[in-house]
Ligand binder design. Structure first.
Ligand SMILES: [Zn+2]
Length: 67
């Protein structure tokens, strides 16, 4: 299942357990930041995204240029 970065808290969330697709062009929100859900699902730990995760996300942050 694809994962994405929550625009509010910056954690990694899975599309299958949030309203990512049904939200359409709206902000990408994790289940906890989504007012319609309001709490973390608990399927996996809520962790902030970092570059060394080597995880493909749907909305990766802008790559930093070296130097
Ligand atoms: Zn969030």
């Amino acid at each position: 299942m694809p994962v994405f970065i929550c625009e509010t808290c910056g954690c990694v969330e899975n599309t299958a357990v949030s309203n990512y697709w049904s939200r359409g062009n709206g902000p990408a929100l994790c289940s906890e930041c989504d007012p319609e859900i309001g709490k973390w699902h608990g399927r996996f730990p809520k962790i902030p995204y970092s570059d060394d995760m080597m995880t493909d996300v749907l909305n990766p942050p802008a790559k930093k240029e070296n130097g």
